[in-house]
Design a protein around this ligand. Sequence first.
Ligand code: GDP
Length: 472
Amino acid sequence: LADKMKVVPSAIIKKLFMQGKIVTVNQEIDYDTAEEIALEFEILCEKEEVVDVIEELLKEEEEDEKKMKKRPPVVCVMGHVDHGKTSLLDAIRHTNVTDREAGGITQHIGAYVVEVNGEKITFLDTPGHEAFTAMRMRGANSTDIAILVVAADDGVMPQTVEAINHAKAAGVEIIVAINKIDKPSANIDRVKQELAEHELIPEDWGGSTVFVPVSAKTGDGLSDLMEMIVLTAEMMELKANPNRRARGLVIEAQLDKGRGPVATVLVQKGTLRVGDPVAAGSSFGKVRAMMDDKGRRVKEAGPSMPVEILGLNDVPNAGEVLVGCKNEKEARSFADTFISQNKAKLLEETKSKLSLDDLFTQIKEGNLKELGIVVKADVQGSVEALKQSLLKLSNDEVVVKVIHGGVGAINESDVSLASASNAIIIGFNVRPDAVAKETADREGVDIRLYRVIYNAIEDVEAAMKGMLDPVF
Ligand code: GDP
């Protein structure tokens, strides 16, 4: 059968394995199975073309330095609930709406662009680290700089710490905005002190983190914040090649009654133009029209620009990668392959998630240099005790790193962080809540629960040495 279909036998064996059937190369399969397989591979035949495209895209990854041009930073806003993330995003957007822009008020497309002294900054309009890490969980990195909003009258709170650790795990630059400085109870120094405990040390204290006191209410400090973003972006030397096929990220998408599927795309590389054939996940089409964040029709969008596009045949998921294609046929086959590969890919990805059971194998194969752990416990003392003991388990082969520690039940944020960072979760005297449990099952995140600290340490140590007793 493999010969007839001109595919390697292992491809068929793998396919059957996915369906739960274990066969060997010289085993006969019945007609129905053969037909089913042949049908599946008919779709996959076009895959070769898609593989070409992917390879081409990968080749372009190592792009010629000369073709790279400066691009605006993409910024998101994180922090504890009620510390003013939404207010800050609104205030920034409004300072930038000039009289020239008829109507003044912009529409919400999931991102907007402001201009500061001729430099553009792109803001993602969905505040919070949840949205940020949900994208990362799908393998997409959307952000360059995270603005950590901390209310000056409230200080560092649990979600502040979550946000810090989510941003750190993603390796994005953090700028602290101390908000609500208009309030009489504001205490900027206290916020600095509390953040210093999380290794965010202000420059005037000899550290390297930028702190900007602001008020989203009065607008105080906003221009300083904008300037610091521009400066930080300059130091990061953010670049992309605008002269290539477009590649972007779907930030939002919905079905519009009059206009059909509408997707907001953040272009990351290349230039997206009206008329371009594109594919995003399982949807494809030709860009019929594009609008910028001010609702103006535009003909093209370069790196870091968010645009709303019309013309897809279906609504893609947020976090999906959009690619510009040679022609519509290529776009269609890209989408088809995505559909047919999706299940298999998901299965493989789920399997490749880290668990204590295969830790040793991963270390031995050299796949793992760093063991990321999220620690949750019932009291802060236990979080610290666990953290300290776990860190000490680091050896020459693998570094143990506690990417987040906190008090309380294991929540969805912990699971998404672990999933996006290929980490495991250790809970001490706490349990995952229902949503966290479901997400962990779906994403294949390993959660280990303990009632004795020593047992947790012992398990991780044993797993690192390949001596963990299997759990059935
Ligand atoms: P989010 O949950 O982080 O998005 O916070 P919001 O933007 O919804 O703000 C929470 C509350 O704080 C709202 O009642 C805002 O009006 C208020 N707020 C936000 N920024 C400021 C500020 O700079 N000063 C004062 N006094 N209140 C603020």
